[in-house]
Design a protein around this ligand. Sequence first.
Ligand code: ZN
Length: 136
Amino acid sequence: MPLGFIIFFIVMGIVAIAVFAYTFMMMFGTKTRSKMLARQMKSLRGMTDISKEDMESMMENLSEVSIKSRKKILEENEDDLKDIADANARINKDAVRETSKAIKDGFTSSSTYCKYCGSAIDSDSIYCNKCGKKLN
Ligand SMILES: [Zn+2]
């Protein structure tokens, strides 16, 4: 069979299906169609209502379970968590202390740095005590 015939039959088939579908749709009047649509909407709404309720109870159960399991984990590892919290607090305290010390030093320090070797020296010294070069 030549290719032209095959294509022709496929196109004719599609047209026939389209015509059949159109006629089928036209068989129902506007009233029947709106009734069908209303019924579909109703059943759809019923389905969504059910699934909404199911979802809500499911979510409630899930959150309850997750809260319970989280509580259990926290209770089981209370000591470790306390240790971690203590360590964190210590680290923070140290960091705050060091930062405030650095700030205080920055404001009050009379030391400066040698422009030749970079070592810390007193700002009023004439010679660097590290490399011995004359300052200023
Ligand atoms: Zn120096």
